[in-house]
Design a protein around this ligand. Structure first.
Ligand SMILES: *Cc1c(COP(=O)(O)O)cnc(C)c1O
Ligand SMILES: [Zn+2]
Length: 410
Protein backbone atom coordinates (compact mmCIF):
# COMPACT_ATOMS: atom_id res chain seq x y z
CA UNK A 1 0.00 0.00 0.00
CA UNK A 2 1.28 3.47 -0.80
CA UNK A 3 0.04 7.03 -1.14
CA UNK A 4 -0.48 8.83 -4.42
CA UNK A 5 -0.92 12.58 -4.89
CA UNK A 6 -4.18 13.39 -6.66
CA UNK A 7 -2.62 16.55 -8.13
CA UNK A 8 0.90 15.70 -9.35
CA UNK A 9 0.62 11.89 -9.34
CA UNK A 10 3.83 11.33 -7.39
CA UNK A 11 3.90 8.42 -4.94
CA UNK A 12 5.18 8.10 -1.39
CA UNK A 13 5.12 5.55 1.40
CA UNK A 14 2.91 5.74 4.50
CA UNK A 15 5.95 6.17 6.71
CA UNK A 16 6.95 8.81 7.66
CA UNK A 17 3.38 10.00 7.57
CA UNK A 18 2.39 13.22 5.82
CA UNK A 19 -1.16 14.50 5.32
CA UNK A 20 -0.39 16.26 2.03
CA UNK A 21 2.04 15.88 -0.84
CA UNK A 22 5.00 18.28 -1.03
CA UNK A 23 3.17 20.02 -3.91
CA UNK A 24 0.21 20.76 -1.62
CA UNK A 25 -2.09 18.20 -3.24
CA UNK A 26 -4.17 15.66 -1.35
CA UNK A 27 -2.92 12.11 -1.03
CA UNK A 28 -4.90 8.96 -1.53
CA UNK A 29 -4.17 5.37 -0.66
CA UNK A 30 -3.41 3.11 -3.59
CA UNK A 31 -4.54 -0.47 -3.05
CA UNK A 32 -3.44 -3.40 -5.16
CA UNK A 33 -6.84 -4.85 -5.91
CA UNK A 34 -5.59 -6.78 -8.93
CA UNK A 35 -3.94 -9.26 -6.53
CA UNK A 36 -7.17 -9.96 -4.66
CA UNK A 37 -9.25 -13.13 -5.06
CA UNK A 38 -12.72 -11.57 -5.11
CA UNK A 39 -14.74 -14.75 -4.50
CA UNK A 40 -12.58 -15.77 -1.56
CA UNK A 41 -12.96 -12.30 -0.08
CA UNK A 42 -16.71 -12.32 -0.43
CA UNK A 43 -16.86 -15.64 1.45
CA UNK A 44 -14.64 -14.27 4.24
CA UNK A 45 -16.70 -11.10 4.59
CA UNK A 46 -19.80 -13.27 4.92
CA UNK A 47 -18.24 -15.57 7.55
CA UNK A 48 -17.08 -12.61 9.63
CA UNK A 49 -20.66 -11.41 10.07
CA UNK A 50 -21.01 -13.93 12.90
CA UNK A 51 -17.98 -12.61 14.85
CA UNK A 52 -18.86 -10.86 18.11
CA UNK A 53 -15.36 -9.95 19.38
CA UNK A 54 -11.96 -9.25 17.88
CA UNK A 55 -11.11 -6.94 15.01
CA UNK A 56 -13.25 -8.73 12.40
CA UNK A 57 -16.39 -8.05 14.44
CA UNK A 58 -15.96 -4.41 13.38
CA UNK A 59 -18.03 -3.23 10.42
CA UNK A 60 -14.87 -1.54 9.13
CA UNK A 61 -12.16 -4.14 9.85
CA UNK A 62 -14.41 -6.90 8.50
CA UNK A 63 -13.16 -5.58 5.15
CA UNK A 64 -9.53 -5.27 6.27
CA UNK A 65 -8.17 -6.72 3.01
CA UNK A 66 -9.66 -3.75 1.13
CA UNK A 67 -8.83 -1.14 3.76
CA UNK A 68 -5.43 -1.71 5.36
CA UNK A 69 -4.21 -5.28 4.77
CA UNK A 70 -0.66 -4.69 6.06
CA UNK A 71 -1.59 -3.27 9.47
CA UNK A 72 -0.80 -5.72 12.30
CA UNK A 73 -3.95 -6.39 14.37
CA UNK A 74 -2.21 -5.45 17.64
CA UNK A 75 -2.35 -1.74 16.72
CA UNK A 76 -6.03 -1.71 15.87
CA UNK A 77 -8.33 0.27 18.19
CA UNK A 78 -11.92 -0.69 17.47
CA UNK A 79 -15.30 -0.17 19.04
CA UNK A 80 -17.02 -2.44 16.53
CA UNK A 81 -17.90 0.66 14.52
CA UNK A 82 -20.02 0.29 11.41
CA UNK A 83 -22.46 -2.60 11.82
CA UNK A 84 -25.20 0.00 11.55
CA UNK A 85 -28.86 -0.53 10.68
CA UNK A 86 -30.47 -0.04 7.32
CA UNK A 87 -34.12 0.97 7.44
CA UNK A 88 -36.89 1.25 4.88
CA UNK A 89 -39.60 3.46 6.42
CA UNK A 90 -42.78 2.98 4.38
CA UNK A 91 -44.46 6.32 5.20
CA UNK A 92 -41.52 8.37 3.95
CA UNK A 93 -41.15 6.24 0.82
CA UNK A 94 -44.88 6.53 0.08
CA UNK A 95 -44.86 10.30 0.48
CA UNK A 96 -41.94 10.50 -1.94
CA UNK A 97 -43.50 7.97 -4.26
CA UNK A 98 -40.29 6.27 -5.38
CA UNK A 99 -39.91 2.51 -5.77
CA UNK A 100 -37.41 1.91 -2.97
CA UNK A 101 -35.85 3.97 -0.18
CA UNK A 102 -33.39 3.04 2.55
CA UNK A 103 -31.74 4.98 5.32
CA UNK A 104 -28.27 3.78 6.30
CA UNK A 105 -27.98 4.88 9.93
CA UNK A 106 -24.30 5.73 10.43
CA UNK A 107 -25.73 7.69 13.35
CA UNK A 108 -25.66 4.37 15.23
CA UNK A 109 -21.87 4.36 15.36
CA UNK A 110 -20.27 4.25 18.85
CA UNK A 111 -19.56 7.99 19.05
CA UNK A 112 -22.72 8.84 17.14
CA UNK A 113 -21.49 9.62 13.63
CA UNK A 114 -19.89 8.09 10.54
CA UNK A 115 -16.59 9.72 11.53
CA UNK A 116 -15.93 6.52 13.50
CA UNK A 117 -15.67 4.49 10.28
CA UNK A 118 -12.61 6.49 9.29
CA UNK A 119 -11.18 7.39 12.67
CA UNK A 120 -10.61 3.79 13.77
CA UNK A 121 -8.26 3.42 10.80
CA UNK A 122 -6.43 6.74 11.27
CA UNK A 123 -5.81 6.22 14.99
CA UNK A 124 -4.73 2.61 14.46
CA UNK A 125 -2.33 3.74 11.74
CA UNK A 126 -0.93 6.49 14.01
CA UNK A 127 -0.37 3.96 16.80
CA UNK A 128 1.49 1.66 14.42
CA UNK A 129 3.87 4.56 13.71
CA UNK A 130 4.42 5.14 17.43
CA UNK A 131 2.35 8.32 17.87
CA UNK A 132 0.75 8.94 21.24
CA UNK A 133 -0.71 12.37 20.50
CA UNK A 134 -3.45 12.93 17.93
CA UNK A 135 -5.05 16.15 16.69
CA UNK A 136 -7.85 17.37 14.47
CA UNK A 137 -9.91 20.41 13.64
CA UNK A 138 -13.59 19.76 13.84
CA UNK A 139 -17.11 21.08 13.82
CA UNK A 140 -17.69 18.52 16.60
CA UNK A 141 -18.20 14.99 15.33
CA UNK A 142 -14.64 14.37 14.20
CA UNK A 143 -13.46 15.56 17.60
CA UNK A 144 -15.81 13.27 19.55
CA UNK A 145 -14.73 10.36 17.42
CA UNK A 146 -11.02 11.09 17.74
CA UNK A 147 -11.38 11.66 21.50
CA UNK A 148 -13.10 8.29 21.88
CA UNK A 149 -10.49 6.28 19.94
CA UNK A 150 -7.57 8.12 21.54
CA UNK A 151 -8.98 7.21 24.96
CA UNK A 152 -9.47 3.58 23.91
CA UNK A 153 -5.86 3.52 22.70
CA UNK A 154 -4.57 5.30 25.84
CA UNK A 155 -3.35 8.27 23.81
CA UNK A 156 -3.97 12.00 24.09
CA UNK A 157 -6.26 13.88 21.70
CA UNK A 158 -6.03 17.61 21.02
CA UNK A 159 -8.95 19.10 19.18
CA UNK A 160 -9.22 22.56 17.70
CA UNK A 161 -12.82 23.77 17.70
CA UNK A 162 -14.08 27.11 16.33
CA UNK A 163 -15.63 29.23 19.09
CA UNK A 164 -18.82 29.81 17.09
CA UNK A 165 -21.52 27.64 15.54
CA UNK A 166 -20.52 24.33 17.06
CA UNK A 167 -22.87 22.11 18.99
CA UNK A 168 -22.37 22.18 22.77
CA UNK A 169 -23.28 18.49 22.99
CA UNK A 170 -20.44 17.53 20.67
CA UNK A 171 -17.88 19.58 22.56
CA UNK A 172 -18.98 18.15 25.91
CA UNK A 173 -18.82 14.61 24.53
CA UNK A 174 -15.26 15.31 23.32
CA UNK A 175 -14.20 16.62 26.74
CA UNK A 176 -15.85 13.75 28.54
CA UNK A 177 -13.63 11.27 26.67
CA UNK A 178 -10.62 13.17 28.01
CA UNK A 179 -9.53 15.22 25.01
CA UNK A 180 -8.02 18.69 25.33
CA UNK A 181 -10.41 21.06 23.57
CA UNK A 182 -8.69 24.14 22.19
CA UNK A 183 -11.27 26.74 21.21
CA UNK A 184 -10.07 29.38 18.77
CA UNK A 185 -11.49 32.54 17.28
CA UNK A 186 -11.87 31.65 13.63
CA UNK A 187 -13.48 29.21 11.24
CA UNK A 188 -13.07 25.49 10.68
CA UNK A 189 -10.98 26.37 7.64
CA UNK A 190 -8.49 28.38 9.76
CA UNK A 191 -8.04 25.42 12.10
CA UNK A 192 -7.33 23.08 9.20
CA UNK A 193 -4.66 25.42 7.88
CA UNK A 194 -2.92 25.64 11.26
CA UNK A 195 -2.73 21.88 11.82
CA UNK A 196 -1.62 21.12 8.29
CA UNK A 197 1.19 23.61 8.65
CA UNK A 198 2.35 22.89 12.19
CA UNK A 199 0.93 19.51 13.25
CA UNK A 200 3.82 17.33 12.13
CA UNK A 201 6.56 19.42 13.70
CA UNK A 202 4.57 19.48 16.95
CA UNK A 203 4.66 15.66 16.98
CA UNK A 204 0.94 15.30 16.37
CA UNK A 205 -0.69 12.69 14.17
CA UNK A 206 -3.13 14.86 12.21
CA UNK A 207 -6.60 13.36 11.76
CA UNK A 208 -8.27 16.10 9.70
CA UNK A 209 -10.78 15.09 7.04
CA UNK A 210 -8.10 14.93 4.33
CA UNK A 211 -6.23 12.15 6.20
CA UNK A 212 -6.13 9.41 3.53
CA UNK A 213 -6.49 6.61 6.09
CA UNK A 214 -9.78 8.04 7.29
CA UNK A 215 -11.01 7.92 3.71
CA UNK A 216 -10.07 4.23 3.51
CA UNK A 217 -12.14 3.47 6.61
CA UNK A 218 -15.14 5.43 5.40
CA UNK A 219 -15.23 3.33 2.22
CA UNK A 220 -16.63 0.54 4.37
CA UNK A 221 -19.99 2.34 4.49
CA UNK A 222 -20.51 1.43 0.85
CA UNK A 223 -19.20 -2.11 1.35
CA UNK A 224 -21.62 -2.62 4.21
CA UNK A 225 -24.64 -1.34 2.29
CA UNK A 226 -23.75 -3.57 -0.65
CA UNK A 227 -23.21 -6.62 1.53
CA UNK A 228 -26.51 -6.05 3.36
CA UNK A 229 -28.31 -5.99 0.00
CA UNK A 230 -26.59 -9.16 -1.25
CA UNK A 231 -23.84 -7.31 -3.13
CA UNK A 232 -26.08 -4.98 -4.99
CA UNK A 233 -26.78 -1.28 -4.57
CA UNK A 234 -29.73 1.06 -5.16
CA UNK A 235 -29.76 3.36 -8.20
CA UNK A 236 -28.84 6.40 -6.09
CA UNK A 237 -26.62 7.10 -3.07
CA UNK A 238 -27.61 10.36 -1.35
CA UNK A 239 -24.86 12.00 0.73
CA UNK A 240 -24.66 15.30 2.67
CA UNK A 241 -21.53 17.31 1.85
CA UNK A 242 -19.45 19.53 4.15
CA UNK A 243 -15.70 19.00 3.90
CA UNK A 244 -16.50 16.47 1.11
CA UNK A 245 -14.46 13.66 2.63
CA UNK A 246 -17.40 11.31 2.86
CA UNK A 247 -18.43 11.65 -0.76
CA UNK A 248 -14.79 11.10 -1.74
CA UNK A 249 -14.64 7.97 0.40
CA UNK A 250 -17.94 6.51 -0.76
CA UNK A 251 -16.95 7.13 -4.37
CA UNK A 252 -13.68 5.28 -3.79
CA UNK A 253 -15.60 2.42 -2.22
CA UNK A 254 -17.86 2.22 -5.26
CA UNK A 255 -14.86 2.17 -7.60
CA UNK A 256 -13.33 -0.68 -5.55
CA UNK A 257 -16.49 -2.79 -5.72
CA UNK A 258 -16.79 -2.21 -9.44
CA UNK A 259 -13.18 -3.16 -10.17
CA UNK A 260 -13.49 -6.29 -8.00
CA UNK A 261 -16.59 -7.27 -9.96
CA UNK A 262 -18.77 -7.22 -6.80
CA UNK A 263 -21.22 -4.86 -8.51
CA UNK A 264 -21.94 -4.63 -12.25
CA UNK A 265 -22.06 -0.83 -12.43
CA UNK A 266 -21.60 2.22 -10.24
CA UNK A 267 -24.80 3.82 -8.91
CA UNK A 268 -25.28 7.57 -9.21
CA UNK A 269 -24.36 9.84 -6.34
CA UNK A 270 -26.42 12.84 -5.29
CA UNK A 271 -24.44 15.20 -3.08
CA UNK A 272 -26.54 17.60 -1.01
CA UNK A 273 -25.19 20.80 0.54
CA UNK A 274 -26.83 23.33 2.84
CA UNK A 275 -27.58 26.49 0.89
CA UNK A 276 -25.59 28.67 3.33
CA UNK A 277 -22.48 26.52 2.79
CA UNK A 278 -22.70 25.25 -0.77
CA UNK A 279 -19.51 26.24 -2.63
CA UNK A 280 -19.20 22.81 -4.27
CA UNK A 281 -22.76 22.79 -5.55
CA UNK A 282 -22.24 26.31 -6.91
CA UNK A 283 -19.09 25.26 -8.71
CA UNK A 284 -20.78 22.23 -10.28
CA UNK A 285 -23.92 24.19 -11.23
CA UNK A 286 -21.93 27.03 -12.82
CA UNK A 287 -19.51 24.74 -14.63
CA UNK A 288 -16.60 26.63 -13.07
CA UNK A 289 -13.27 24.74 -13.14
CA UNK A 290 -12.29 25.82 -9.63
CA UNK A 291 -14.01 26.11 -6.30
CA UNK A 292 -14.67 29.57 -4.92
CA UNK A 293 -14.80 29.29 -1.11
CA UNK A 294 -17.80 30.70 0.74
CA UNK A 295 -16.20 33.27 3.07
CA UNK A 296 -18.97 33.19 5.68
CA UNK A 297 -20.61 29.76 5.70
CA UNK A 298 -23.92 29.92 7.50
CA UNK A 299 -26.18 26.94 8.13
CA UNK A 300 -27.74 25.56 11.29
CA UNK A 301 -26.61 22.10 10.17
CA UNK A 302 -23.36 22.52 12.10
CA UNK A 303 -21.60 19.54 10.48
CA UNK A 304 -22.06 21.15 7.05
CA UNK A 305 -20.91 24.64 8.03
CA UNK A 306 -17.74 24.58 5.96
CA UNK A 307 -16.87 27.26 3.42
CA UNK A 308 -13.70 25.85 1.91
CA UNK A 309 -14.05 22.07 1.57
CA UNK A 310 -10.51 20.63 1.31
CA UNK A 311 -11.52 17.53 -0.68
CA UNK A 312 -13.33 19.27 -3.52
CA UNK A 313 -11.09 17.89 -6.27
CA UNK A 314 -11.57 14.31 -5.11
CA UNK A 315 -15.31 14.99 -4.85
CA UNK A 316 -15.40 16.31 -8.40
CA UNK A 317 -13.74 13.14 -9.73
CA UNK A 318 -16.33 11.09 -7.86
CA UNK A 319 -19.11 13.11 -9.45
CA UNK A 320 -17.66 12.41 -12.89
CA UNK A 321 -17.20 8.70 -12.20
CA UNK A 322 -20.73 8.24 -10.90
CA UNK A 323 -22.59 10.63 -13.22
CA UNK A 324 -23.38 12.42 -9.99
CA UNK A 325 -25.58 15.42 -9.33
CA UNK A 326 -25.44 18.10 -6.65
CA UNK A 327 -28.12 20.23 -5.08
CA UNK A 328 -28.56 22.62 -2.19
CA UNK A 329 -31.34 22.83 0.37
CA UNK A 330 -32.37 25.55 2.81
CA UNK A 331 -32.20 25.22 6.58
CA UNK A 332 -36.02 25.20 6.65
CA UNK A 333 -36.08 22.26 4.22
CA UNK A 334 -33.47 20.48 6.33
CA UNK A 335 -35.53 20.90 9.50
CA UNK A 336 -38.73 19.70 7.81
CA UNK A 337 -36.92 16.59 6.54
CA UNK A 338 -35.37 16.02 9.95
CA UNK A 339 -38.82 16.07 11.56
CA UNK A 340 -39.91 13.29 9.18
CA UNK A 341 -36.85 11.16 9.90
CA UNK A 342 -37.14 11.74 13.65
CA UNK A 343 -40.84 10.88 13.69
CA UNK A 344 -40.20 7.70 11.72
CA UNK A 345 -38.25 6.56 14.78
CA UNK A 346 -34.87 6.54 13.05
CA UNK A 347 -33.78 10.05 14.03
CA UNK A 348 -30.73 12.03 12.92
CA UNK A 349 -28.93 15.33 13.31
CA UNK A 350 -29.75 18.21 10.94
CA UNK A 351 -26.79 17.65 8.59
CA UNK A 352 -28.01 14.12 7.86
CA UNK A 353 -31.52 15.29 7.03
CA UNK A 354 -30.12 17.27 4.12
CA UNK A 355 -30.19 13.91 2.29
CA UNK A 356 -33.95 13.53 2.47
CA UNK A 357 -34.52 17.23 1.75
CA UNK A 358 -32.31 16.90 -1.34
CA UNK A 359 -33.96 13.67 -2.43
CA UNK A 360 -37.38 15.35 -2.24
CA UNK A 361 -36.11 18.15 -4.45
CA UNK A 362 -34.50 15.80 -6.99
CA UNK A 363 -37.67 13.70 -7.21
CA UNK A 364 -39.81 16.83 -7.63
CA UNK A 365 -37.64 18.03 -10.52
CA UNK A 366 -37.60 14.47 -11.95
CA UNK A 367 -33.82 14.05 -11.82
CA UNK A 368 -34.64 10.97 -9.75
CA UNK A 369 -37.61 9.12 -11.21
CA UNK A 370 -40.33 7.20 -9.40
CA UNK A 371 -39.19 3.78 -10.64
CA UNK A 372 -35.75 4.24 -9.07
CA UNK A 373 -34.34 3.28 -5.67
CA UNK A 374 -32.17 5.31 -3.30
CA UNK A 375 -30.23 5.06 -0.05
CA UNK A 376 -29.75 8.13 2.15
CA UNK A 377 -26.66 8.15 4.36
CA UNK A 378 -27.67 9.38 7.81
CA UNK A 379 -24.38 10.67 9.10
CA UNK A 380 -25.05 11.72 12.70
CA UNK A 381 -27.19 10.93 15.73
CA UNK A 382 -30.36 12.69 16.89
CA UNK A 383 -28.70 13.46 20.24
CA UNK A 384 -25.78 15.29 18.65
CA UNK A 385 -27.23 18.65 17.74
CA UNK A 386 -30.30 19.08 19.90
CA UNK A 387 -30.16 22.89 20.09
CA UNK A 388 -32.17 23.05 16.87
CA UNK A 389 -35.04 21.21 18.55
CA UNK A 390 -35.50 23.92 21.16
CA UNK A 391 -38.64 25.81 20.37
CA UNK A 392 -40.11 22.93 18.32
CA UNK A 393 -41.85 21.40 21.31
CA UNK A 394 -43.99 22.60 24.15
CA UNK A 395 -42.23 23.13 27.46
CA UNK A 396 -42.83 20.24 29.82
CA UNK A 397 -43.71 21.31 33.36
CA UNK A 398 -41.15 19.95 35.76
CA UNK A 399 -43.41 19.66 38.81
CA UNK A 400 -46.14 17.11 38.17
CA UNK A 401 -47.26 16.82 41.81
CA UNK A 402 -50.97 17.09 42.26
CA UNK A 403 -51.69 16.31 38.61
CA UNK A 404 -54.86 14.61 37.53
CA UNK A 405 -53.10 11.69 35.78
CA UNK A 406 -55.98 10.77 33.54
CA UNK A 407 -56.48 14.36 32.50
CA UNK A 408 -52.86 14.34 31.28
CA UNK A 409 -53.78 11.83 28.58
CA UNK A 410 -56.60 13.91 27.16
C1 LIG B 1 -18.78 15.36 9.01
C2 LIG B 1 -20.23 15.30 8.84
C3 LIG B 1 -20.85 15.57 7.61
C4 LIG B 1 -20.09 16.04 6.41
O1 LIG B 1 -19.21 15.09 5.89
P1 LIG B 1 -17.97 15.60 5.02
O2 LIG B 1 -17.11 14.42 4.86
O3 LIG B 1 -17.34 16.68 5.84
O4 LIG B 1 -18.54 16.12 3.76
C5 LIG B 1 -22.20 15.40 7.51
N1 LIG B 1 -22.94 15.03 8.56
C6 LIG B 1 -22.39 14.78 9.77
C7 LIG B 1 -23.28 14.40 10.89
C8 LIG B 1 -21.02 14.90 9.94
O5 LIG B 1 -20.50 14.66 11.15
ZN1 LIG C 1 1.76 16.27 -5.43
Amino acid sequence: MRLKCVDCGSRCSLEPFQVRCGCGGLLEVEQELAMVDAELLKRRFQERLSERMGVYASGVWRYKELIFPELPDEYIVTKYEGNTGMYAPEPIRETLGIRGLYFKAQSENPSGSFKDNGMTVAVSHGRSLGYSAFACTSTGNTSSSLAMYAAMGRSQAYVFVPNRKVSANKVLQTQAYGARVLSFDGTYDDGIRFLEKRGEELGLYVCNSVNPLRIEGQKSIIYEIAQTLGWSLPDWIIIPGGALSNVSALGKGLADLKSLGFIPSVPRIALIQAEGASPFHRMMASGSPVLTPAPRPDTLASALNIGNPPSWKKARSVMEMSSGVTCSVTDAEILAAKAQIDRSGIGCEPASAATLAGLQKLVAEKTITKDETAVCILTGNLLKDTDVLRGSFQDIPVDLSGSDWEALLR
